[in-house]
Ligand binder design. Structure first.
Ligand SMILES: Nc1ncnc2c1ncn2[C@@H]1O[C@H](COP(=O)(O)OP(=O)(O)OP(=O)(O)O)[C@@H](O)[C@H]1O
Length: 391
């Protein structure tokens, strides 16, 4: 099949792949991120320089002694005090990477959903680090479109091309957010139904094949990119967004877009069933830095709690523990087939390059390194002959 080579490579690996993206500096603060320019980590490595408080205190006391003993050594100690942290992932995009550059790297992974794989791509990172820019971007402008609109365009274009080989596809879209540990249907037709239904509806269930159903969630048949674009617009208007000290337009929820793809080849009777999950997680943030109070505080606590559950799940998978605490939050339970099943899963870790974000970036990178080391099941194509499924 057309992306056979890539599929085989990913199947052999069985790990969650991680791409890192560093956004450009938005303020005139200086940056703390650099990239290796030689060796095997070109294009894969990222380095952060960090002066921790503990480090500075230690340095100050050493320096005081050094001033008394030998003034010249002071500069040497100041230089040595900044610690460098190096990480390597499957791919690192620096501040100059365009939306198109990023999409080019994932386009074949997206395509494999048409081949019958479950594909899951999610963005993780500190608030304001560029997750929404990476996943959604600004769909109104060609050069600013993010992964979600680009992926959908590609899926529709390719499915059209495959018609000449006998393939016919049916696609269904749904979109939800997890806000304060409650699921909201972003494609529900009125705002009331989004809020009313929250408590009692939307139970998450996984079947034996790892296919996820969320009860009562609106599922829309989509036949063209124009139909999907208007759904994305509708969903964007419903999403919980608020202004924080860290981001003018901060996503206060985890947002999950799902496209189910059913394909049948009229010539060979082969059937495939793929899923594409594209997820923009809410950003982690330090309460003292975000200055959150009232509703924002409650949201921040819910966001941090579910991200901490995600971290617990990743730790358990990495350590190959018998019990993986998927059920501890809605987010981890929803992501169970992507993290513990037979999906092709890719995580973007987004970074803010400012010096003031360094300790948060190091936390994100450590988490990402742990995710990268997780071995999940071998990706599996969902395919069968039409006669078998009918009989
Ligand atoms: N690669 C980039 N190029 C240009 N601007 C960017 C890039 N990444 C992010 N930005 C800008 O940085 C700001 C914050 O980005 P964004 O809203 O995507 O962050 P976020 O991680 O989704 O934050 P939150 O978790 O608070 O929702 C936005 O103004 C966005 O347009």
């Amino acid at each position: 099949m057309f992306v056979y080579k890539i599929n085989v490579l990913q199947e052999l690996k069985g790990n969650i792949r991680v791409f890192c993206r560093v956004r450009p500096l938005l303020s005139n603060e200086s940056g703390a991120v650099s990239y290796p320019n030689n060796g095997e980590n070109i294009g894969r490595g990222v380095e952060l320089m960090h002066n921790s408080m503990l480090h500075l205190l230690l340095l100050l006391s050493i320096c005081l002694c050094m001033i008394l003993a030998n003034f010249c050594k002071l500069t040497f100690f100041i230089f040595c005090s900044a610690q460098s942290y190096s990480f390597a992932f499957d791919k690192v995009f620096d501040h100059s990477a365009s939306q198109e550059d990023v999409f080019t790297e994932i386009s074949q992974l997206v395509q494999s959903a048409l081949d019958g794989y479950k594909v899951c791509i999610f963005a993780y990172g500190q608030t304001g680090s560029g997750k929404t820019h990476t996943m959604m971007g600004n769909p109104e402008f060609n050069d600013q479109k993010g992964l979600i609109p680009r992926s959908l365009e590609q899926i529709f274009q390719t499915s059209q091309c495959l018609m000449s080989q006998g393939w016919k596809y049916k696609m269904q879209a749904s979109m939800l957010e997890i806000y304060n540990e409650t699921i909201r249907d972003l494609l529900a037709t009125s705002r009331t139904s989004i809020q009313d239904g929250a408590a009692s509806k939307y139970n998450i269930k996984h079947d034996a094949n790892g296919n996820t159903q969320v009860s009562d969630l609106t599922i829309v048949d989509v036949r063209s990119i124009n139909e999907v674009s208007s759904l994305l617009k509708r969903a964007a208007q419903s999403r919980s967004v608020g202004k924080t000290q860290m981001n003018e337009e901060s996503s206060r929820s985890h947002c999950v877009f799902t496209l189910r793809i059913f394909g049948v080849n009229e010539g060979t009777d082969q059937q495939v069933q793929g899923v594409l999950n594209l997820i923009d997680l809410a950003g982690s943030e330090r309460l003292n830095k975000s200055g959150a109070t009232g509703d924002r505080l409650k949201e921040t606590q819910a966001i941090n709690k579910s991200l901490s559950c995600l971290s617990d799940v990743i730790f358990s998978i990495a350590k190959k523990e018998e019990h993986i605490p998927f059920r501890n939050s809605k987010l981890t339970y929803l992501l169970q087939p992507c993290l513990g099943g037979d999906s092709k899963t890719l995580m973007f870790v987004n970074l803010s390059p400012e010096v003031s974000s360094t300790s948060e970036s190091i936390c994100s990178l450590r988490f990402a390194a742990r995710v990268n080391s997780c071995e999940i099941g071998v990706p599996r194509r969902q395919t069968q002959m039409r006669s078998l499924s009918q009989g």
